[in-house]
Design a protein around this ligand. Structure first.
Ligand code: ADP
Length: 217
């Protein structure tokens, strides 16, 4: 269990906070709006009414006790940047900040924050990917052009072995896992026979995974 502080309880901040609680962590939610702090007092571990641009007020929150601090002030770039600067000065190491514009992103990267988040764009890319490849349920970028994709195996592919499904790509796509109802088959070999409704995790470069897509529909 970890402890997180989320500054800004707008739609993004509160969604992240409630999910962290759901995952079993503790969360202090901070907002300058009294109404929001009161509204979520029951659901979050603590809520604090505080102007996050005020360094003294931030200091009182003892933020170095948090495993990470998420700044979810999106609209007011000046407030977000001032708050970020203060958190850096206070020695917060693991600092995640939501950015709204590319100027915001540029300044945040100069301030050395651990992770800059672009929720709208990230979600937009995910939705476009899902519309483009409906059988790809989810994907994860693991860097250097490699992705892990979660594929729902269509009923009409039932009975194919991994070798038959992957064809020429067999050597360059790694099949990490096949999930069949409650059962997990890790690192299945090429003779593994798929069934409809299996969920497979494949790893490979974007180009190779893309070339695989027509075989999966
Ligand atoms: P979203 O798009 O996630 O709703 P917003 O930018 O609209 O993001 O909301 C950000 C939240 O941050 C609001 O609830 C607002 O009250 C809060 N906020 C804005 N400025 C400050 C500040 N200086 N200190 C603390 N909270 C702030």
């Amino acid at each position: 269990m970890a402890h997180f502080t989320v500054i800004g309880l707008g739609r993004f901040g509160i969604t992240a906070s409630l999910e962290l609680i759901h995952l079993g962590h503790t969360v202090t939610g901070v907002d300058s709006a009294e109404k929001l702090a009161e509204q979520y007092a029951e659901e979050l571990t603590h809520t604090v009414i505080c102007d996050a641009t005020d360094e003294r007020a931030l200091k009182e929150l003892n933020l170095t006790n948090s495993d990470a601090v998420l700044v979810a002030i999106g609209e007011d770039m000046q407030a977000s940047l001032l708050c970020t600067l203060h958190l850096k000065n206070l020695g917060v190491q693991e600092l995640w900040v939501k950015a709204n514009t590319s100027a915001h992103h540029t300044i945040l990267s100069k301030l050395g924050v651990s992770r800059i988040i672009h929720p709208e764009e990230d979600m937009g890319v995910r939705v476009a990917q899902a519309l483009n490849y409906p059988m790809v349920n989810d994907y994860l970028s693991i860097g250097h052009g490699y992705y892990v994709v979660e594929v729902h195996i269509a009923d009409k592919l039932s009975g194919l072995t991994l070798a038959e499904l992957l064809g020429d790509n067999l050597r360059i796509v790694e099949t990490l896992l096949v999930k069949r109802e409650q059962e997990l088959f890790t690192k299945p070999d090429e003779q593994f026979t798929l069934r409809g409704k299996d969920i497979a995790l494949f790893c490979g470069t974007r180009a190779v995974l893309k070339s695989l897509a027509p075989r999966l529909v």
